[in-house]
Design a protein around this ligand. Structure first.
Ligand SMILES: Cc1cc2nc3c(=O)[nH]c(=O)nc-3n(C[C@H](O)[C@H](O)[C@H](O)COP(=O)(O)O)c2cc1C
Length: 176
């Protein structure tokens, strides 16, 4: 049941040395390739990074909050082509990233999303530009997030949902 899976999914930032197989990576991405995109345009691309040195370098794309990429078995950069979908590319990428996180959890693996948007690296360079250079990407591409994936080396409790009454309203109620 999907509810069981969303309870099981947590952000995992510590990984064992056990590799995620190419077959597993393919399965994870296959799920993302089924995600809906606005007007069915599919502006989303996936770049798979497995090389340990590249993962280490990638973990420095921003000053804080991406250290766990060094230690992951694989990172998947979720990239959008802004010429294909200049308006809804971020939403499309977020849905694909969510599908990836759920499939990762389903397989008993762990993942954490490293955000890009307004972040900067240790030299104050925009993370977006650092990543374009890292992946040798044309300016039309936006790297939306980096998903670090591996076998979990930390245990987390089940996800606790946000409170229903504080977050759900009937039509014309005042939202607090
Ligand atoms: C859009 C988004 C961006 C995130 N960016 C980061 C990040 O840059 N670094 C990080 O360590 N975790 C990041 N996370 C993970 C969140 O911190 C995490 O999902 C949240 O604390 C809830 O924990 P849970 O995933 O275990 O339920 C991000 C999550 C989302 C949804």
């Amino acid at each position: 049941m999907l509810l069981d899976l969303v309870k099981k999914r947590r952000s995992i930032r510590k990984f064992t040395d056990e590799p995620v197989t190419n077959e597993d990576i393919k399965k994870i991405i296959e799920v993302a390739l089924h995600a809906p995109t606005a007007k069915n345009l599919n502006p989303v691309r996936y770049i798979v990074v497995r090389d340990k040195d590249r993962l280490k370098e990638l973990s420095k794309f921003k000053k804080v909050g991406a250290h766990f990429i060094d230690g992951a078995s694989v990172a998947i950069a979720i990239v959008t082509d802004t010429e294909i979908s200049p308006v809804t590319n971020h939403q499309d990428a977020s849905i694909a990233a969510s599908f990836i996180m759920l499939q990762v959890a389903e397989m008993g693996l762990g993942a954490t999303w490293a955000n890009v948007t307004t972040s900067v690296n240790a030299d104050g360079r925009a993370a977006k530009d650092v990543l374009r250079e890292f992946f040798n990407l044309d300016n039309k591409f936006d790297v939306e997030c980096i998903m670090a994936i591996g076998h979990p080396a930390e245990q987390k409790s089940e996800k606790i949902a946000f409170n229903y009454d504080e977050n759900v309203f009937e039509d014309l109620d005042d939202i607090k």
